[in-house]
Design a protein around this ligand. Structure first.
Ligand code: NAI
Length: 344
């Protein structure tokens, strides 16, 4: 089987080469992202392997199908960049639903601790032999209330870590997990209550029509003064303009962002020699209380290995059995996972 691999980075290759070789899959690595302009590159391949910022629009799907491409293997969990409805019945879409919830949850915590204990500032200061502590006062996590939006795989690991710090958890999920709410240290609440009572808010839900700009101007208005907002999920969960004005108004105490609404042209690339056109991102990055990482929460050795292993096993399964438990299927209901594999 031959797979055209888009948006390749050096850290992708070792694990995909290993699992590909073991299972008779040959990957052709392209550095370019998949888009309407590059989809022709997939001609002659059985499938494409794509990541979060590749464009898998209706037009791209049409081009892939015209060239006989049968599989779209997402090497990520989120699929907001794929027109699932258009793909239905025409091309199989497979994903990696979980590869290391620990990687993302631990990164969210790393951002939080860095921010509130001013580690990013301390690192720069001490390298310049500046050992002053002025402006470095942080706050304890112990006893604070953290609001967690989305209590799936990553949200639950994040909650476990927060409980280890002695924090109280207010959770919100469209589909609450029955076993999570203990009526005391972890409670499901309405979104409004979560906004009103949380010292820290962390986003762990997918991006969809309901969650788009879940952190909006109105939401920020409801929040406590000094709230810390962490987003390691998808950029468009946060209205970046509203966040920026919340920071300027001193309403938002800090923001930790691993994802950004307009990240697709910037993140994962070295733009250090270019003039940044995005004024909102430039202004956010210039703030002393904002930390931005470029969608790296997933990037651990364990996660990379799991991603490659599951992607390869998805492809093997769909080719051998005609079905795959990680297939995304529109008919099974609003792009939920297709468990039957029979409705394609
Ligand atoms: P999951 O599917 O296990 O959990 C998502 C949770 O969100 C579920 O409990 C679901 O019920 C809930 N949810 C769905 N719609 C909702 C709504 N309208 N309001 C509130 N909650 C809602 O997903 P997982 O593995 O925990 O991943 C969460 C998100 O993390 C992914 O959607 C993805 O966007 C992001 N992610 C980011 C990575 C990074 O490197 N920064 C890496 C992997 C995932």
């Amino acid at each position: 089987m031959k797979i055209a691999f888009f948006d390749t980075k050096p850290y992708d290759k070792p694990s995909f080469d290993k699992y590909g070789k073991e299972n008779g899959i040959e990957f052709k690595y392209f550095e370019t992202k998949l888009s309407e302009d590059t989809a022709e590159l997939a001609a002659g391949y059985d499938g494409v392997c794509v990541f979060v910022n590749d464009t898998v629009s209706a037009k791209v799907i049409d081009i892939l199908c015209d060239h006989g491409v049968k599989y779209i293997a997402l090497r990520c969990a989120g699929f907001n960049n794929v027109d699932i409805k258009h793909a239905f019945g025409r091309i199989h879409v497979l994903r990696v639903p979980a590869y290391s919830p620990y990687a993302v949850a631990e990164h969210a915590i790393a951002l939080l601790l860095t921010s509130i204990r001013r580690i990013h500032k301390a690192y720069i200061r001490t390298r310049d032999f500046n050992f002053s502590l002025n402006g470095m006062t942080g706050f304890d996590l112990y006893g604070k209330t953290v609001g967690v939006i989305g209590t799936g795989r990553i949200g639950r690991v994040f909650i476990d870590i927060c409980r280890g710090f002695g924090m109280r958890v207010l959770a919100y999920d469209k589909f609450p997990a029955r076993d999570l709410d203990n009526g005391d240290t972890v409670r499901y609440v309405s979104l409004d209550e979560l906004f009103e009572k949380s010292d820290i808010i962390s986003l762990h839900c997918p991006l969809n029509d309901e969650t788009y700009h879940i952190i909006s101007e109105e939401a920020i208005e409801k929040c406590k003064k000094g709230v810390v907002i962490i987003n390691t999920s998808r950029g468009a969960l946060v209205d970046a303009e509203a966040l920026l004005s919340g920071i300027k108004l001193r309403k938002v105490g800090a923001a930790c962002l691993d994802v950004y609404e307009e990240e697709s042209e910037l993140f994962f690339e070295d733009n250090s020699g270019h003039i940044l056109e995005d004024d909102t991102l430039a202004r956010l990055i210039s703030m002393p209380n904002v930390i931005v990482t470029s969608h790296q929460a997933f990037l651990t050795e364990e996660a990379l290995s799991n991603i490659a292993e599951t992607t390869v096993s998805n492809l093997v399964s769909i080719v051998k059995n005609g079905q795959c438990e990680n297939e995304l299927c529109y008919r099974c209901g609003s792009a939920e996972d297709c468990k039957s594999g029979k409705c394609f």
